[in-house]
Every structure is written in structure tokens, then in C-alpha cells.
Design a protein around this ligand. Structure first.
Ligand SMILES: NC(=O)C1=CN([C@@H]2O[C@H](COP(=O)(O)OP(=O)(O)OC[C@H]3O[C@@H](n4cnc5c(N)ncnc54)[C@H](OP(=O)(O)O)[C@@H]3O)[C@@H](O)[C@H]2O)C=CC1
Ligand SMILES: CC(=O)N[C@@H](CCC(=O)OP(=O)(O)O)C(=O)O
Length: 310
């Protein structure tokens, strides 16, 4: 029998992109709810409990309710794309490349929390340097980022694309999260292996999909006499033996005139760059991804495939 997959929230931004990625797959049976019934709690509960794997593409509160709806079911496995369980000790964090054992943890997990889009970039840059002893757990980490506007889901898409929307946003690029209390900070801290919260400064650009995450570093604040070369070497060593995260060679990065935020739109991979002069005082770490690719829907399908391989 083929495994049954139900995407709760399949008509939303993340859910639709997962559905697109699953189209034509003959190895799974996709359970579906009509769009008009998407908030029908009884129907959702029945579908959730009929699935082998349920992928939740819902706001946090609705995700928590969906997990409660399956509390008496010891069969269904869950991938949650919301923020609700990303630092929960009983949930596997769904970033397979974050260390050597994470793929196996995801494969065998009952509950997987898909990482946030910005945290995928930030953790992807920070964690290998923590593990290599280049950044101390008390380092003052700053994360600057720009996301495509689909990152804000249906509501932000409507605000940007529909000029008649009463809350229309006309700006080509705006900062938000100005209270510095963003929902992504806890997972960056925990899975970045940090003792102090990173300072996170997100923004949105007027393009649908794409993301740049930057972590600037002062070389004299680093451990182990780190240099631009040793930082790059630590990332290369960390991401050996996998094909999703690419560490761009130093000499290639050094010749780039710019980074295009939408370069990886539609792809499920991530590129990491290290910028800095040999012997220089500063290093800028950059992650490039699609907020809906490795940042959400692509990662969810990758996690589903790992779970199906158990
Ligand atoms: N967009 C992105 O780039 C990323 C999103 N995520 C996460 O994915 C999750 C979904 O986000 P996104 O797809 O962007 O959001 P959307 O708003 O685009 O879609 C959410 C979907 O969930 C439905 N929904 C909302 N509340 C309920 C409920 N109580 N019961 C049933 N269905 C409900 C919505 O229906 P309705 O149309 O009726 O509101 C909609 O179809 C969020 O938790 C988000 O944090 C993660 C990484 C990146
Ligand atoms: C542009 C925008 O609004 N982005 C969202 C993050 C994307 C999202 O909701 O999902 P994850 O938390 O799972 O990444 C935000 O900052 O809240």
C-alpha cells in the first residue's frame, strides 16, 4: 500500500507549493480536502487521522489544534511547517544538513518541525562555525535578511499584489519586526547553539520568492585565530557529502559584483558565501535560498522523503 499524505492547509502558500512538488508522484497517495471545506474541523480531523504523514501548513494555533486532533492516533507522523514546535525537545528539527546525525533523526521521527525560512539561512551559517569552535556560544550574532513577499503568506501577498487592498503596501523594500521580538529568534538561538539571542533584522522586497540572509562578523571577535580561509574551510567541511547546500568557493565569491536575491527562486537548494579580504578585519557570511524552497515547501518534501525511507 502506498503511504497516504495529507497536507492540512493545502490551499495556502506553503501548502500549494508542496502540492506542486508532489504532482505526478506515483509512490504516494495524496489525500485532499476541497478548498471550500478547508476550515471544516471534522473533515480535517478525519483526514489527519487517515494519513501516514500529515504535513501542516497552517498558522501556529491551527497547527497546535491539528496535533491535538491526532493525540489518540499512534500511527500518523507529522511535519509541521509553523513555528509552534521548532524548539520543542520531542520534535526533530527538520534541517537534515545541520549536522551528521540529523537526517537519521528526521527519518525516524514521529514529529518533525520544518525550520523557518530565515533560520535555515542563519543556522546554516552559524551552526558549523559553533561546532568548529570559531564562534563562541556567547558571540553577539546579528542576522540581517531580505525575503520575497510570499514569506508573509496569503495576507501579505494580497497586500502587495492587490492595489485595491485597504492595507496595500506600495513600498519596494521595507523593514519589519522592528520590536526585535521576531518569532524566528528562539530557533536561531537553540539550533545555532548560541547562549545569547541573535539580533534579527528582517525585511521584505517586492519580489515573490527568494531570500538573502547575512551574518556579518568582526574577525577579532572570533575564536581560534579564525581567518576568512578557516571560516570558509569549516563550512566546506561541514557540508561535504550532501547535495542541497553548496558552499561557493572563496575565489568565485571574491569576484562577484553582487548577489541576486531571486537567483534560487523555484529551487530547493541553498548557497552559502564567505566574503572578506585575506587578513582583513571583517567577514560577511551570506546564505541565498528560496523562502518557499529550502525555506519551507522544498524542505518539507525533503523531510517527507526522509521519513518515507525509514
Ligand atoms: N510562506 C513562507 O515562505 C513560509 C511559511 N511558513 C509557515 O507555513 C505556515 C503556513 O504559512 P503560509 O502558507 O505562508 O500561510 P497562508 O496564509 O498562505 O496559508 C495558510 C492556510 O491555512 C489555512 N488556515 C488558516 N487557519 C486555519 C484553520 N484554523 N483551520 C484550517 N485551515 C486554516 C488558510 O485558510 P484561509 O485561506 O481560510 O485563511 C490557508 O489556506 C505558517 O505557519 C508559516 O509560518 C514556513 C516557512 C516559509
Ligand atoms: C516575509 C514574512 O513575513 N515572513 C515571515 C516568515 C515566514 C513564515 O511565516 O514562515 P516561517 O516562520 O516558517 O519561516 C515572518 O517574518 O513572519
Amino acid at each position: 500500500m502506498k503511504p497516504k499524505i495529507f497536507i492540512d492547509g493545502e490551499h495556502g502558500t506553503t501548502g500549494l507549493q508542496i502540492r506542486t512538488r508532489m504532482a505526478g508522484r506515483a509512490d504516494v497517495d495524496l489525500l485532499s480536502i476541497p478548498e471550500s471545506e478547508r476550515r471544516n474541523a471534522q473533515m480535517r480531523e478525519d483526514l489527519l487521522n487517515s494519513a501516514d504523514i500529515a504535513i501542516l501548513c497552517l498558522p501556529d494555533d491551527a497547527s497546535k489544534q491539528a496535533v491535538e486532533m491526532t493525540a489518540a492516533n499512534n500511527k500518523v507522523r507529522i511535519i509541521d511547517t509553523s513555528t509552534a514546535f521548532r524548539v520543542h525537545p520531542d520534535w526533530a528539527y527538520g534541517f537534515a544538513e545541520m549536522d551528521n546525525s540529523q537526517g537519521a533523526k528526521i527519518r525516524d521521527a514521529r514529529h518533525v518541525a520544518n525550520p523557518g525560512c530565515y533560520p535555515t539561512g542563519a543556522i546554516g551559517l552559524i551552526r558549523p562555525l559553533r561546532m568548529a569552535g570559531i564562534i563562541s556560544e556567547y558571540h553577539s550574532v546579528t542576522v540581517n535578511a531580505v525575503s520575497g513577499y510570499t514569506g508573509g503568506g496569503k495576507q501579505l501577498i494580497a497586500q502587495i499584489e492587490d492595489a485595491s487592498n485597504p492595507e496595500h503596501i506600495d513600498s519596494p523594500h521595507f523593514l519589519y519586526g522592528l520590536t526585535l521580538k521576531h518569532k524566528h529568534v528562539p530557533e536561531m538561538k537553540i539550533h545555532g547553539l548560541l547562549e545569547r539571542e541573535p539580533l534579527f533584522a528582517p525585511s521584505v522586497g517586492k519580489f515573490p520568492q527568494g531570500m538573502i540572509v547575512q551574518v556579518p562578523l568582526h574577525v577579532d571577535d572570533l575564536e581560534d585565530n579564525a581567518t576568512v580561509e578557516s571560516v570558509h574551510a569549516a563550512l566546506v567541511a561541514h557540508y561535504a557529502n550532501q547535495s542541497i547546500v553548496e558552499v561557493v568557493p572563496l575565489d568565485v565569491a571574491a569576484k562577484l559584483p553582487r548577489i541576486n536575491a531571486v537567483e534560487l527562486a523555484g529551487k530547493d537548494t541553498m548557497k552559502l558565501y564567505v566574503f572578506g579580504q585575506p587578513g582583513g578585519e571583517h567577514i560577511n557570511l551570506v546564505a541565498l535560498l528560496d523562502n518557499l524552497g529550502k525555506g519551507a515547501s522544498g524542505a518539507a518534501v525533503q523531510n517527507m522523503d526522509l521519513m518515507l525511507s525509514a
